[in-house]
Design a protein around this ligand. Structure first.
Ligand code: B12
Ligand code: SF4
Length: 481
């Protein structure tokens, strides 16, 4: 059997968004294939210096060439798929990851793509490598004559049966330059937030065992190239089984695996019943330095609508508890949901203000504009307003190539205050934080122009006046160019 090639294609957005971490998804697929004796190679277009040369060499030597694709990777993934077919006309091209999973049919229709994997890729790629007839492979979509066939789903992945991550399968130059070590202790989430990929795809929560997690951490701890680096548990929800979470943290302390680590947690979990004072103390002791919360909104009406099952007061309490234990609390927000009023968005701004006033250590991400995924109640509301998603992969590619973000707020029919939603992220980012951190942001612009823009943002933030965002439009035009 010839090798299977797994590709992380380059993006066409600012490098700061993706530079910190590698894809655990590809590492997990590669680890499984290697464990099953299938030759496999990961090539990373985002991080490998000689990527074009490496890609050509490896594509010539591979039977199956598999691309991991988020929406903003489509243009490059298409270019590379075309190049692969030129270099190696007999190779077969597979696409998987977030975008193809949401849009399997239109992705499979593209002439360059032989099959699309829907959802987790470990079992499906293994089957594609072993089965001559793809009709029997579960969890894939492919073109069959004029129709697209969508086969029945794969059996759910069982993380506790998966081998330990094999880091030797990642290109060494990436590991040496990585700033955040990615790992995973579970898949999926049991909650029901209507905007979220996990709830939409019904990704049930499935854990790795405590012993597996501690063994993964021991391997990481012993690698010379990971010395003094921070680690992220990229779980959707690390704390679902609180006994398991406590056993992992306890095991890290007992076995001397005290790595600086961060992960995501729900605000309502910070309570005496789940993540209490005693556990937070132990988390800090084991190396936890940051907890990331999906706060989403300051409006209870919006939180209820998206079935987030938290309250603004729980968000404030969570922040206070983190600060008490010297853990950085990080909160992400979104705006522009169907039915959301300006008054709801103002409540979000007020909540951000309250959080920032607690301490300079509090980190705020967003508010980002909500972007709908098919298969959700919210998506139906968006389409009912007259909006529709692009209908072909080429149309998505065109969007991703020509815009800073893959769906522009100006086209969102369900948003009443488009300017307000579009500019809010900038006004929070440059207005609510200190002048120093706003000036230090990664957005590249001439120093004095940036200072002028930041000062206006700070004034607007103080006055909570966001109408006529003329300077934002100018800045955006300038930066997009
Ligand atoms: C970790 C993560 C990152 C990391 C690593 C990215 C990476 N390449 O893996 C970093 C920080 C770099 C990152 C960056 C961004 N991300 Co991100 N990220 C995630 C997150 C939180 C977890 C992904 C993960 O590791 N899961 C665990 C692994 C095991 O699962 P997985 O990655 O899904 O992989 C499995 C399957 O998808 C499948 N699979 C994946 N690739 C392939 C390829 C093939 C060939 C096959 C067969 C199968 C397959 O098999 C894998 C193993 O089972 C997800 C949320 C989520 N729940 O998916 C968002 C998510 C993937 N990110 C998203 C976005 C939007 C971004 C950003 C654009 C955000 C931003 N605004 O800056 C950036 C930039 C990337 C970009 N330009 O698209 C979106 C993607 C939506 C979309 N339409 O494509 C998601 C879904 C979050 C969301 N908003 O809902 N991200
Ligand atoms: S708690 Fe987080 S991961 Fe779980 S469904 Fe809600 S948003 Fe998604």
């Amino acid at each position: 059997m010839n090798q299977i090639l797994l590709i992380n294609p380059p993006f066409n957005i600012a490098k700061d968004n993706y530079d910190s971490s590698v894809s655990v998804g590809l590492l997990s697929i590669a680890t499984y294939l290697d464990f099953k004796g299938v030759p496999v190679k990961i090539v990373d277009g985002v991080r490998q210096k000689n990527f074009p040369k490496i890609f050509k060499e490896e594509a010539a030597a591979s039977d199956l060439i598999c691309f991991s694709v988020m929406t903003m990777q489509i243009p490059k993934a298409l270019e590379l798929s075309e190049l692969a077919k030129k270099i190696n006309p007999r190779c077969r091209i597979i696409w998987g990851g977030a975008h193809p999973t949401f849009f399997p049919e239109q992705t499979a229709r593209h002439g360059l793509i032989d099959a699309v994997v829907i959802g987790d890729g470990e079992y499906a790629v293994y089957d594609l490598a072993c089965e001559a007839d793809w009709k029997n492979v579960k969890g894939i979509a492919y073109e069959d004559g004029a129709a697209v066939k969508i086969n029945p789903p794969q059996r759910p992945l069982e993380p506790e049966k998966m081998p330990l991550f094999n880091w030797e399968l990642e290109p060494r130059e990436i590991l040496e330059n990585l700033s955040l070590i990615p790992t995973l202790t579970s898949r999926g989430c049991p909650h029901r937030c209507t905007f979220c990929i996990n709830a939409i795809l019904k990704n049930n929560w499935r854990p790795r065992t405590v012993e597996q997690v501690l063994s993964d951490l021991k391997i990481i701890n012993d690698k010379p190239y990971f010395k003094n680096k921070k680690l992220r548990f990229w779980d959707e929800n690390f704390f679902v089984d609180i006994k398991r979470a406590k056993a992992i943290v306890g095991g890290m302390i007992e076995r001397g695996l005290k790595l600086p680590w961060e992960t995501t947690v729900r605000a309502n979990y910070i309570s005496t019943a789940m993540v209490d004072d005693d556990f937070m103390k132990k988390m800090k002791q084991s190396g936890c330095y940051l907890l990331s919360f999906g706060a989403e909104s300051g409006s209870q009406i919006v939180l209820d609508k998206i079935k987030k099952d938290i309250t603004p007061e729980q968000i404030i309490y969570a922040a206070k508890q983190c600060l008490k234990h010297d853990i950085i609390p990080q909160f992400s927000f979104m705006v522009g949901l169907p039915g959301e009023l300006k008054s709801d968005m103002k409540l979000t701004l007020n909540l951000i203000d309250r959080l920032i006033k607690l301490s300079g250590k509090v980190q705020i991400l967003g508010p980002q504009a909500f972007r709908p995924y098919p298969g959700s109640e919210l998506y139906l509301e968006c389409t009912a307003s007259g909006w529709s998603a692009p209908e072909s992969l080429e149309a998505w590619s065109h969007l991703a190539k020509n815009q800073l973000n893959y769906l522009q707020v100006k086209n969102f029919n369900w948003v009443k205050h488009k300017d307000f939603v579009d500019s809010m992220e900038a006004y929070v980012r440059f207005g609510a934080h200190s002048l120093n951190s706003a000036m230090g942001s990664s957005v590249k612009a001439q120093k004095f122009l940036k200072l002028a823009f930041v000062l206006i943002c700070q004034l607007r933030w103080k006055l909570k006046f966001f109408a006529w965002p003329i300077e934002f439009k100018l800045a955006k035009k300038f930066i997009t160019k």
